[in-house]
Design a protein around this ligand. Sequence first.
Ligand code: ATP
Ligand code: MG
Length: 414
Amino acid sequence: MHDALPEKTALWRALEQGIQSILLGYGYEELRLPILEKTELFARSLGETTDIVAKEMYSFLDRNNEGLTLRPEGTAGAVRAGLEHGLFHQGPRRLWYGGPMFRYERPQQGRLRQFHQIGAEAYGLEGPDIDAELILLCARCWRALGLADIRLELNTLGTAAVRKRYRRVLVEYFSDHLRQLDEDSHRRLAHNPLRILDSKNPAMQALLAAAPALTDHLDEESTEHFAGLKSMLDGANIPYRLNPRLVRGLDYYNKTVFEWITDALGAQGTVCAGGRYDGLVEHFGGPATPAVGFAIGLERLLELFARSAAGGGETKPHVYFIVAGAAAKAAAITLAEALRDQMPRLRLTMHCGAGSFKSQFKKADRSGADFALILGEAEMENKTIGLKALREDAQQEQLIWSELAQVLSRKIEF
Ligand code: ATP
Ligand code: MG
């Protein structure tokens, strides 16, 4: 579980705000959910045999012996909240959530025990148009954040009936090759054979490559939905790679599944994963409510963002304000507040405390600011202010107070 230190938090903020403003633009509304839920909620929604429930949850008994779990993902809580507050009875809802998630995994690059997601979910819409919208929304996020080289992989798991039939075919295939299955896969064969396809074990790859593909077992409804999605993505010029082995880790998916993947981060390359879970709301006793969503892994995305030009995450002040004397300090605060009113994106650091001009100039230089403003006794007397460029060889200018904002606006690029 990591601390985010000041040199990273500006980047975090820029990343989160970039995504959130796009969600807003597509009409998604924010849900703020508790970090703890009852343990049974995850067991019931994710499936007892999924990696998360079987071995990754932070679960404990509270003082009343109630089983609670630090949320490992957001969809279960969103469905719980939606049912509790009747959100699914009022027609389609577009929702998003964000925040920390907890999984007891082996920590490594791109895999943490506390990590952060932003997830979007659309409830009550069954057509492929909303699947396409969510994918387009992601693509727009990557573009807005200046992230290239994130590719889309796409698959369909078909309807529940298709999955059931395919499951039988798959169990038959793996049972014929029992000796080639690793231990994990043996365990999965009984409960969750589709997950075997997701195995990363190199020794099993040949076996998996030769396994029957679900795409050969689709029914008309699944095929039509998938064809609809593909043609909308084609129309929007969103390239994708069909990956028949993309199954996702959770039990509740059907029809569309997708992942956005980068090669730039090594083994943990999936920055966003999503799909359809039409049966989940009903599974929890709610009205039949088709649903589709995705979750972005923010740590992995941040890593890419930090390397991109857009992710400069600039925190250095534009202006460092140098002040000498008590009267000048009062005037400086008033001037700085007026500048902040007129230039909302200005980053201005006020020198606080004592210090000679010389030591203040040193601090200004170390702050990385592009400009120093200087207000001393002489300036106070004739109501002027000094402006000195710190990163180039230039003479100090003396400005009158009323022209300060205008001059700075010309010099500073936001
Ligand atoms: P994986 O196969 O990598 O374990 P997953 O299927 O468990 O992924 P999801 O539950 O779909 O992942 O979560 C969505 C996204 O959240 C992932 O694609 C990834 O970007 C991010 N994520 C998941 N687990 C972690 C983790 N332990 N640390 C950091 N990011 C994570
Ligand atoms: Mg996982």
